[in-house]
Design a protein around this ligand. Structure first.
Ligand code: TTP
Ligand code: MN
Ligand code: MN
Ligand code: MN
Length: 371
C-alpha cells in the first residue's frame, strides 16, 4: 500500500511550512546533536551557521523514519557538507566528536548556564563570561553587576521556572484566566497557544492569547486579568508592554517575530490544589505551590488569525512561513498582516486556514507544526 512507502525525497520541501512535523521525532539523537551546534553558533552570534543546523534538524524531525545511513539521506533538502559530516560521525561511532567537544567546553557550558536564567540572553551571558564569571555564585558576588528586575526574578525563582510545565498545569492556568475574564465580560476569547497548542506534553512556559470580539477592548481585558491576578496575590513578576500597534504600517522586513500587540510576561504562583493530579515538584518539596512563566498577548480580533499563527510556532515553522511568503509568493507575512507586494494590498484572514489559502499552501494543523 502507498501509505507504507517512504515519501520520495524529492517531495520533501526545503520549507518547514510545507512539511508535517509531529512531536514524535524519530531522529532525536541526530537533531539533539545539531541543536547543540546551532546553539553554540548562536552564542557566537553566527546566525547563518546557526540557521544551517536548525534547518537540518527541522528536516530530520519531519521524517517518519529513522536515518540509519548517509545514503538514506540522499536528496533531502537543507543538509550541507558540515551537517552531513556530523551525521556521519554519529551513525558510525554513536556520537560526534565536534558535539562532544562543544558540550564539554567551558564556554558552552557557562553560556548555557547563564542563558537558562529568565532575562539573560546570549549577549549578557557573553559579557559575563568575557569578564571571567563562570557560576551563579560569581555573578551574585560581583558588586559591579546590576541585575535588572527580570533577572532578579529569574534568579529568585530559578528552581521552579527551570523545571518543565506540564499540560495539566497549563490547563489549570487556562481555568484561572477564564475565571478572571468571566468577571468582566462574556465577550472575551481566550486560547492556549505556543508549544501546548502544538500538542507538546511539556513546556518552558504557557502562552495564551486573550482578546475580545469588540475591536479596541482587548487591551482593557488584558489589564483587567492582570489586576485580578494581583488582587489574588498570585503575581510574582509582571512585565506589561502596552500596544504599539497603531505605529506599525507595512509588515516588518525582518524574519523575527517581534510584534506590536499589548502583552505581558509573567511569573505566576500556581497552587497544587488548582492542578489536576497536583504539581510536578522535586522530591521532598512540599510547599504546595510553584512559580510558572506565563505569556499573555492581546491582538485585536481582526488580527487574531495572524497572532495565533505567529504565537503557535514553532519558531522554525514561522520563520519558513515568512520566508516562503516572501520568496515564493512575493508577500510579506508577520504576526499582524499578510501583504501582497504584487497587488499592493493587504489580505485579510479570519482563520489560520485563510492565511494558508492566501499563500497557496495546504493547511498544516497545529500539531504538525513542530518543525
Ligand atoms: P515560546 O513560548 O518561546 O516557545 P514554545 O511555546 O514554542 O516552546 P516552549 O515549550 O519552550 O515554551 O514561543 C511561542 C511562540 O511565540 C514562538 O513561535 C514565538 C512567538 N512569539 C512571538 O511571536 N512574539 C513574541 O513577542 C514572543 C515573545 C513570542
Ligand atoms: Mn511557550
Ligand atoms: Mn522556548
Ligand atoms: Mn512564551
Amino acid at each position: 500500500q502507498e501509505g507504507l512507502a517512504p515519501t520520495p525525497m524529492a517531495l520533501i520541501s526545503q520549507y518547514a511550512c510545507k512539511r508535517r512535523t509531529s512531536t514524535d521525532n524519530k531522529n532525536k539523537i541526530l537533531t539533539d546533536a545539531f541543536e547543540v551546534l546551532a546553539e553554540n553558533y548562536k552564542f557566537s552570534d553566527n546566525k547563518s551557521s546557526c540557521l544551517v543546523f536548525s534547518r537540518a534538524a527541522s528536516v530530520l524531525k519531519s521524517l517518519p523514519w529513522t536515518v540509519q545511513s548517509i545514503e538514506a539521506t540522499q536528496g533531502l533538502p537543507c543538509l550541507r557538507e558540515h551537517t552531513k559530516a556530523v551525521m556521519e560521525e554519529i551513525l558510525q561511532f554513536g556520537h560526534s566528536f565536534e558535539v562532544e567537544r562543544t558540550l564539554s567546553s567551558e564556554r558552552y557550558q557557562t553560556l548555557k548556564l547563564f542563558t537558562s536564567v529568565f532575562g539573560v540572553g546570549p549577549k549578557t551571558a557573553e559579557k559575563w563570561y568575557h569578564r571571567g564569571l563562570r557560576s551563579f555564585r560569581d555573578i551574585l558576588a560581583e558588586p559591579s553587576i546590576q541585575l535588572n528586575r527580570m533577572q532578579q526574578s529569574g534568579f529568585l525563582y530559578y528552581g521552579d521556572i527551570s523545571r518543565v510545565v506540564t499540560k495539566a498545569e497549563a490547563q489549570a492556568l487556562g481555568n484561572i484566566i477564564d475565571e478572571a475574564v468571566r468577571l468582566i465580560t462574556s465577550d472575551a476569547v481566550t486560547a492556549l497557544t505556543g508549544g501546548f497548542r502544538r500538542g507538546k506534553e511539556y513546556g518552558h512556559d504557557v502562552d495564551f492569547i486573550v482578546t475580545t470580539h469588540e475591536v479596541g477592548k482587548e487591551e482593557f481585558v488584558l489589564r483587567h486579568i492582570i489586576d485580578c491576578f494581583k488582587k489574588q496575590g498570585i503575581v510574582l513578576y509582571c512585565d506589561y508592554q502596552a500596544s504599539t500597534f497603531h505605529m506599525s504600517k507595512l509588515p516588518c522586513q525582518s524574519f523575527e517575530a517581534m510584534d506590536y500587540y499589548a502583552k505581558c510576561f509573567l511569573i505566576l504562583r500556581l497552587e497544587a490544589s488548582q492542578v489536576d493530579g497536583g504539581l510536578t515538584c522535586d522530591e521532598g518539596d512540599n510547599r504546595g505551590w510553584r512559580a510558572v512563566r506565563v505569556d499573555l498577548v492581546s491582538p485585536p480580533m481582526d488580527r487574531y488569525a495572524f497572532a495565533l499563527l505567529g504565537w503557535t510556532g514553532s519558531t522554525q515553522f514561522d520563520r519558513d512561513l515568512r520566508r516562503f511568503a516572501r520568496f515564493e509568493r512575493k508577500m510579506t507575512l508577520d504576526n499582524h498582516t499578510l501583504y501582497d507586494t504584487t497587488k499592493g494590498e493587504f489580505l485579510t484572514a479570519r482563520s489560520e486556514e485563510d492565511i494558508f489559502a492566501h499563500l497557496g499552501l495546504e493547511y498544516i494543523e497545529p500539531w504538525q507544526r513542530n518543525a
